[in-house]
Design a protein around this ligand. Structure first.
Ligand code: SF4
Length: 348
């Protein structure tokens, strides 16, 4: 049996048969390995699950460039993930413009993944990817109510306890001017709820300082949010107009120096929080994926589950043996810097 469909599901029947038949030889594609041609190191890979976005944030032109949300079929994504695993990938970085909205455009259509009927929805996709027993990390997840169902999968260890949630601001008026969907009050409640379900969760976010019309009080409100939310990883950009964005027409554009000064103050507040949060890890033994083998001093570079490549910190690992990129080792954390951890490999 290849799968189960309903009446008149001709497209699904054809898709299932095609999925199980050998593909005809293609002289162009057949030169490309099943895992595709990747520019990332061999041990991690980006997995794009949809293209486009249904929001209209006033500072962004992506919907104009890429169009509205189009989700890839879940079976195709799972197959790509399986091929990547086969090719030696240990960590999947799930990306899109709006990850939590995956499947909305298909009305969460019933599809097939791994020969089973499966809905085109983030919850089901996370469960399918979780079966592969890789590190699966979610990026660009908006705090829709559906995210609450994903966090228990993190607590169970099916996917990494890591959420990249781009909040962009906290003040309700600024969020409205940005045309962002959620209010700051709800976001604080939501963060608390996620931590209650999954105490180890790492929350990363990005913010914009100096948005047109942002007052000093509104910026202070954002800093208070930051102090209260105590996010683990944060990036902040000084507002910069993008050609064609609606926000360019908003009154109250701030001088460059004010935008930059606010970004700097924001990052100062976060640096302290980040240092304190990393210090809490001293004495713990954490899993670390190796990105660079040890140097002549026996120090390799890797990342904990709390660190995505390129955007978060690293962990410097002292080891007595040869480590290869993609190795996952246990490391006792002995010290921290502002963004990075330092530790020694624990060999049992
Ligand atoms: S910022 Fe993100 S959510 Fe907003 S319009 Fe751009 S892509 Fe969509």
């Amino acid at each position: 049996m290849l799968g189960v469909t309903g009446p008149d599901s001709v497209d699904e029947v054809i898709a299932m048969v095609e999925a199980h038949l050998p593909r005809p030889h293609d002289p162009w594609d057949d030169l490309v390995p099943a895992a595709g041609v990747r520019l990332t190191p061999k041990h991690y890979a980006y997995l794009k699950i949809s293209e486009g976005c249904n929001h209209h944030c006033s500072f962004c032109v992506i919907p104009n460039l890429r169009g509205t949300l189009v989700s890839r079929p879940i079976g195709e994504i799972v197959r790509e993930a399986e091929n990547l695993k086969e090719a030696g990938v240990k960590e999947l970085l799930v990306i899109s413009q709006d990850t939590a909205a995956y499947g909305v455009d298909t009305k969460y259509k019933l599809d097939f993944a791994g020969g089973r009927p499966t809905r085109t929805r983030l919850l089901e996709l996370c469960k399918e990817l979780g079966r592969l027993n890789l590190w699966t990390r979610l990026h660009y997840v908006y705090p829709y109510p559906s995210v609450d169902d994903i966090v228990p999968l993190m607590a169970e260890g099916l996917i990494l306890p890591y959420l990249d949630v781009p909040f962009q601001h906290a003040h309700p008026r600024v969020l409205k001017a940005m045309k962002r969907p959620a209010s700051a009050e709800k976001n604080l409640e939501r963060i608390a709820a996620w931590r209650a379900v999954c105490p180890d969760i790492t929350i990363r976010s990005t913010f914009i300082a100096g948005f047109p019309g942002e007052t000093e009080e509104e910026f202070e409100y954002l800093l208070d949010f930051l102090r209260e939310a105590r996010l683990d990883r944060v990036g902040c950009f000084a507002y910069s107009p993008v050609e064609g964005a609606q926000a360019n027409a908003l009154p109250g554009a701030l001088p460059d120096e004010v935008r930059e000064e606010r970004r700097h103050r924001f990052m100062e507040v976060q640096a302290e929080i980040s240092r304190e949060k990393l210090a809490e890890k001293i004495g713990k033994t954490l899993e670390v994926i190796i990105d660079e083998p040890e140097d002549e001093d026996g120090v390799a570079v890797g990342r904990t589950k709390a660190d995505a490549p390129d955007i978060d910190g690293v962990c410097y690992v002292t080891t007595d043996r040869h480590l290869t990129p993609g190795d996952i080792v246990r490391v006792r954390i002995t010290a921290n810097e502002e963004h990075d951890l330092i530790g020694r490999e624990v060999v049992e």
